[in-house]
Design a protein around this ligand. Structure first.
Ligand code: SF4
Length: 464
């Protein structure tokens, strides 16, 4: 699937798998209600405004904070690697796998690892990889990518998961969720204990102290980062925070936005490899990944996208995302944030349908903990798509004709009179509701037919 195929894939999914809409709609509404309740418990407006300012300060001084972070990480005994793009990041990882003789790896949920396609890379190197987040593990068994940033398997029903586990682990077809979780837990325990390499992302990296902060609810990230002898954290360069004192508020704000929790069940603060007498990994590596982020930072209209905390709140609030979940977006990041981030990371030519995957209702902006102006960014990308002539040819011709008519009052009157005359002809009355006409059929698939008002607006206006 590719981002440019979004309209076709979304329509196909709605037609062929209507149950996805039910599963995604139910779960996202639940998350969104929890977020709203959690925001009401605090002065969310003040907190979000503060968080916006901290991230803006960080992004406008990113070069300095990256240097600080590198120095602090090295002081902590962490080995730092820089990756300009996906290929460099994969080369670093491949080198570490070979050098450390890695045979088995466990992974915590990380959107950046999806962006870098880490699993196929490791498998190609002969490494057995285990996704350890329960949702991600289920998707790994199914060979599917995540559908949501926080709830990767949000598009699946309990029945589908039961059937999968029945086929895979011979659990009863009516097994309760707890039993399914226990089966996954047993398999993953064995993987945690025998893995040589643990891979994680990072929710935050504190520049001042070199602290890698990880949030989760299952405990799998803590096990992935503490049991194997080598831990590699893949960190997007925008994930930094300036100071340790910023972290507590960001942890709470992210949890409130993501799931409505005051704090996630587990927070791991990693400060380097195990010291003598301590248990934990012998080596910790941080790979600082750019992969299009500095280009986005240099974009005067789109740089604010980089404030994103990957909390998923905008997905939960979005009436368009709720219809299909994330798969039809065709790239790692879906929903409102995907619609403005993907054109920046993939290029507009590849991702140009995504900024149109929105009603511009503004729910995403209201939900966003760092106040990313998604509706404005959507319009920016749409504007650029038009400027670059990326829409279909018929649409460009139709919009040019529309603009011609609408900017010339005389022409507009002639056109509207002509159309009314046409509709007044015998049989013309139902023309705009005739579903045999392709354009009308497309319009009326989800809407009522078009009915012009008895008198045109400009006539009523002149009388008023
Ligand atoms: S854009 Fe805002 S709401 Fe959406 S994932 Fe990023 S931080 Fe969360």
């Amino acid at each position: 699937m590719r981002a440019r195929d979004y309209p076709k894939e979304a329509a196909r999914l709605l037609k062929e798998r209507p149950q996805v809409k039910e599963a995604v709609g139910g779960a996202t509404r639940h998350f969104d209600q929890n977020r709203q309740r959690a925001y009401r418990e605090v002065d969310a407006e003040a907190l979000r405004e503060w968080a916006r300012r901290v991230k803006d300060h960080l992004l406008t001084h990113l070069d300095l904070y990256l240097e600080k972070a590198e120095a602090a990480l090295k002081r902590n005994g962490v080995q730092v690697h820089w990756a300009r793009d996906k290929e460099e990041a994969r080369r670093v990882l491949a080198h570490l796998v070979r050098e450390k003789g890695v045979r088995r790896a466990v992974k915590g949920k990380s959107m950046l690892s999806e962006e870098l396609e880490v699993n196929p890379l490791l498998e190609g190197l002969g490494v057995e990889v285990f996704e350890t987040d329960l949702g991600e593990y289920i998707l790994q068994l199914l060979g599917q990518p995540p559908s949501h940033i926080v709830g990767p398997a949000i598009h699946l029903s309990l029945g589908e998961i039961r059937r999968l586990f029945h086929a895979r682990f011979q659990t009863p077809l009516d097994a309760p969720p707890e039993e399914l979780a226990q089966v996954a837990r047993r398999t993953l325990r064995e993987a945690f204990l025998s893995a040589d390499l643990g891979i994680s992302g990072a929710n935050f990296l504190v520049a001042e102290t070199g602290t890698i902060a990880l949030m989760e609810n299952e405990g799998n990230i803590r096990l992935s980062t503490s049991l194997p002898r080598v831990h590699v954290a893949l960190v997007g360069i925008e994930k930094l925070l300036p100071h340790l004192e910023d972290l507590a508020h960001f942890l709470s704000l992210t949890a409130r936005a993501a799931t409505g929790q005051r704090l996630s069940t587990y927070v791991s603060l990693i400060q380097g490899p195990a010291r003598p007498g301590e248990e934990g990994p012998q080596e910790v590596h941080v790979v600082l990944v750019d992969n299009g982020r500095t280009a986005l930072l240099a974009d005067p209209e789109a740089w604010e996208t980089l404030r994103c905390l990957r909390c998923g709140a905008c997905l939960n609030a979005c009436p368009v995302y709720r219809q299909t979940g994330g798969h039809p977006y065709g790239y790692v990041y879906s929903g409102p944030i995907g619609a403005v981030l993907d054109p920046g990371l993939l290029g507009l030519e590849e991702a140009h349908p995504l900024p149109y995957a929105s009603t511009l209702c503004g729910a995403c902006l209201e939900a966003c903990p760092v106040k990313i102006p998604i509706p404005r960014l959507l319009l920016t990308w749409r504007h650029r798509a038009v400027e670059e002539g990326l829409g279909p040819g018929w649409e460009r011709a139709a919009m040019r004709a529309f603009a011609e008519v609408m900017t010339r009052p005389g022409l507009y009157r002639v056109f509207s009179k002509g159309l009314r005359g046409l509709l007044a002809l015998p049989g013309g009355e139902g023309l705009l509701e005739n579903r045999d006409l392709p354009l009308i059929r497309a319009w009326t698939q989800g809407r009522s037919g078009l009915r012009p008002s008895p008198r045109p607006f400009h006539e009523l206006w002149e009388e008023a």
